[in-house]
Ligand binder design. Sequence first.
Ligand code: DER
Length: 230
Amino acid sequence: LDAKALKIAAGQAALEHVEDGMKLGIGTGSTAEEFIRLLGVRVGEGLKVVGVPTSERTAALCRQLSIPLTDLDETPRLDLTIDGADEIGPELALIKGGGGALLREKIVASASRRMIVIADESKHVATLGRFPLPVEVVPFGLRATLLAIEKTAERLGLSLTHEMRLADGKPFVTDGGHFILDASFGRIPEPRALAQALNGIPGVVETGLFTGLASLAILAGGDGIRTIDA
Ligand code: DER
């Protein structure tokens, strides 16, 4: 099974949790996009749902597929968010943000009663941290923020290498107008502690560490679909 087939299988399995009348959080990334395409077919067949997109890219795809959209001002409580992840660790702690949408993704996931993560099996790891942690930062005072992040890593006894995410040679700018620092901490045995410490830095807007949000992971692998409860 190739990567795309695995993403479609995971998206298909997630669709089974979507019920008529649901208010959905709709994720970002290539796996979420396979789910969105499948959701579009079901909406075309009469499924009644509204969705809050987690990025402009996802919003554009939903509009293209005539999936009805709303926002968190109109619909502040959602039933279910379906989204991808870059890494899925113990207790379904996640690293997200590979697609640069982590801030809206976390806001939407936090407004949802449940969050289901869809991914291919390779994202499931024993300890988070192989994938660089996206940290969304304010452009103002960037150098001071970077120093504070380095000091935090030191205080927590974590190694750290980092680089500003670029797009066409310039800093990548998120839907929220911020930059992203991809920070490799080596292994992250205590994701909650690291997330808390990083969020305490004024110039840090949010991190890609999602803890206590995902209630179910749907993993597609060579021998089919596996699910993990939080
Ligand atoms: O940016 C994100 O958070 C995406 O959900 C990412 O974590 C997963 O993207 P993928 O499905 O393309 O691997």
